[in-house]
Design a protein. Structure first.
Length: 212
């Protein structure tokens, strides 16, 4: 089974990806793992990626696409299939992936799209607070401290509502054309992410069992 998983930050994509990999025995291909492996193994694309990263520069699309192609060309993919996680991030990368799959004689069979209301994600992602003295982490809504006094806690820049909202807005703007691209191919399966983790996976399992 050759799959792609999509969802906004905080939608539970990582948790569900791990469950899919464990249950359906497909290769989990995440962008970070791919980059680390390519650089550690000093593949042609890995060396190229390292030259950008070491200078603090963004890795260009053609290098990222090359690393994806190197990974998808490996032997285990033919046997197990794959679950791509974190790629494509842009519509240009989605078109590149179409090309890569065609060249490798592989076919994408399904796109799992975990849908969660952005407002609830904002609450989920921007609620993290850290105790100034102990460094202990809490959440204003889901794990509030017993004796909460605002002056005793701080938020990391990444967790502040305005930062989180910007991140979500960017992800929505980039993700929508990709979803529509795959929807036009009849590959998208929308999964309601605003429910218990196990219920989310039960819905995913139902979809994937029908795909097999």
């Amino acid at each position: 089974m050759n799959l792609l998983i999509m969802g906004l930050p905080g939608a539970g994509k990582g948790t569900q990806a791990a469950k899919i990999v464990e249950t359906f025995n497909v290769a989990h291909i995440s962008t970070g793992d791919m980059f680390r492996a390519a650089m550690a193994n000093e593949t042609e694309m890995g060396i190229l990626a390292k030259s950008y990263i070491s200078k603090g520069e963004l890795v260009p699309d053609d290098v990222t696409n090359g690393i994806v192609k190197e990974r998808l060309a490996q032997e285990d993919i033919k046997e197990t299939g794959f679950l791509l996680d974190g790629f494509p991030r842009t519509i240009e990368q989605a078109h590149a992936l179409d090309q890569i799959l065609s060249e490798l004689d592989l076919e994408l069979e399904g796109v799992i799209n975990i849908e969660v209301n952005p407002d609830s994600l904002l609450e989920r992602l921007s609620g993290r607070i850290i105790h100034k003295e102990t460094g202990e982490t809490f959440h204003k809504v889901f794990n509030p401290p017993i004796d909460y006094k605002e002056e005793d806690y701080y938020q990391r820049e990444d967790d502040k509502p305005e930062t989180v909202k910007r991140r979500l807005d960017v992800n929505i703007a980039q993700g929508e054309p990709i979803i529509e691209h795959y929807r036009a191919k009849g590959l998208v399966h929308d999964i309601q992410g605003n429910q218990d983790i196990n219920d989310v996976f039960a819905d995913i399992k139902k979809v994937l069992t029908n795909l097999k």
